[in-house]
Design a protein around this ligand. Structure first.
Ligand SMILES: Cc1ncc(COP(=O)(O)O)c(C=O)c1O
Length: 362
């Protein structure tokens, strides 16, 4: 994280570098804000994508009601940066983590997902001992096959117990329809997401009728922001990737811009083949080969740890030292490999922002 690189053109910084186009980022945040402006749902962006408190604050400035995290360690990073309203959209299990969680409640409005009565009792006990009341929501399994209670009346016994536990405040429910967010066809994506939301709202109705109103109904990813975000009864969406975007999501929600790239340099060039200094330790492959953005007429091929190969179709010849720009196929895991963003405006590096939540898997 060398500050001497501030003010340089993005093609001059050392490589490989994670580059974030500030103007595109801000347009993405504004686009989400504009979309939700006249809708009942708000956005609580998932910060597991960017892992950066500066971006989280920008989202709050753009109208977000809070921040979502996947891990306790990420929530600690956000709370340390002064962010108060944080949802951990995940299960926090075991005494070590529960102790950290309730301490977080001393200086933030932390909220956590719950699916198990024993876990709820342990959370309540720890919160009572620490003199705090922990905000909790029930996680509902809406079809993804991950965590959560079954939809509908199955949530009632847990909610009834949570409502009586002195250390907890029962706030509502969440259900992430992650199995639907990448469905390429919009009609099919809509049908699948709406089916998932019907399960979540069925749960809300059961709770309402039982006298345990779910004030918060949280769901949604970037691929379903305009489906889940308008589904009646959903109060907030957890979209994350829309801020920085990546090559895979670009096909699903092309209205958001690829603000995130990796700038790398050619270290070997031989006719129609070249090699760059960015491999699997710089750009993750689980969503496919990253997309070469520049130069035109070349494509990215195989990746090894510290190399990726380029193949020429009709581009101009490359030389060692030439810079290339790549769009990661999966932003969330690629960002997690880097210490910092080189933040650019009109191609000039205007700031270097630490990826403070990097590696916070505990
Ligand atoms: C619980 C939860 N909510 C929301 C999201 C949405 O993220 P994205 O905007 O990247 O689709 C995710 C992604 O993994 C998630 O796990």
């Amino acid at each position: 994280m060398d500050r001497y690189e501030i003010g340089l053109n993005k093609w001059e910084i050392d490589t490989p570098a994670l580059v974030l186009d500030l103007d595109a980022l801000e347009r993405n945040l504004a686009k989400m804000a504009t979309f939700l402006q006249d809708k009942p749902a708000r956005v609580r962006p998932h910060s597991k994508t960017h892992k950066c408190p500066t971006i989280a604050w920008k989202q709050l400035e753009a109208g977000a009601i809070g921040i979502t995290c996947a891990k306790l360690g990420e929530a600690e990073v956000m709370a340390r940066a002064g962010i108060r309203d944080i949802l951990i959209a995940n299960q926090i299990i075991g005494p070590t983590k529960i102790r950290r969680l309730v301490n977080l409640a001393a200086y933030s409005e932390i909220m956590v997902a719950v699916e198990d009565a024993e876990n709820a009792r342990q959370l309540s006990e720890a919160a009572t001992a620490a003199g705090v009341r922990l905000r909790t929501i029930i996680e509902v399994e809406v079809g993804m096959g991950r965590c959560g209670v079954e939809p509908g009346e199955d949530a009632l016994p847990l909610a009834r117990e949570m409502a009586t536990l002195p250390g907890l405040r029962f706030e509502g429910i969440m259900g992430y329809e992650g199995h639907t967010v990448m469905i390429p066809d919009m009609d099919k994506r809509r049908a699948a997401a709406e089916e998932a939301m019907a399960r979540l709202i069925e749960t809300k109705v059961a709770l309402d009728q039982d006298g345990l109103p779910a004030g918060i109904v949280s769901a949604g990813g970037s691929g379903t922001y305009n489906i889940t975000g308008v589904y009646p009864g959903v109060t907030e969406i957890q979209a994350g990737s829309y801020a920085t975007m990546d090559a895979r999501y670009k096909g699903v929600i092309p209205e958001f811009e690829n603000a995130l790239t990796v700038v790398a340099q050619v270290i070997s060039a031989r006719g129609d083949r070249a090699v760059i200094d960015a491999g699997l330790k710089t750009m993750t492959p689980e969503f496919g080969v990253p997309e070469l953005h520049q130069p035109a007429g070349w494509a990215l091929g195989g990746q090894s740890e510290e190399h990726s190969s380029l193949k020429r179709s009709d581009g101009a010849a490359l030389r060692p030292g030439d810079r290339v720009e790549v769009i990661p196929s999966h932003g969330c895991t690629t960002i997690n490999l880097h210490d910092a963003y080189y933040v650019t405006s009109n191609e000039r590096v205007v700031a270097i922002w630490p990826v403070a939540g990097r590696g916070q898997v505990r």
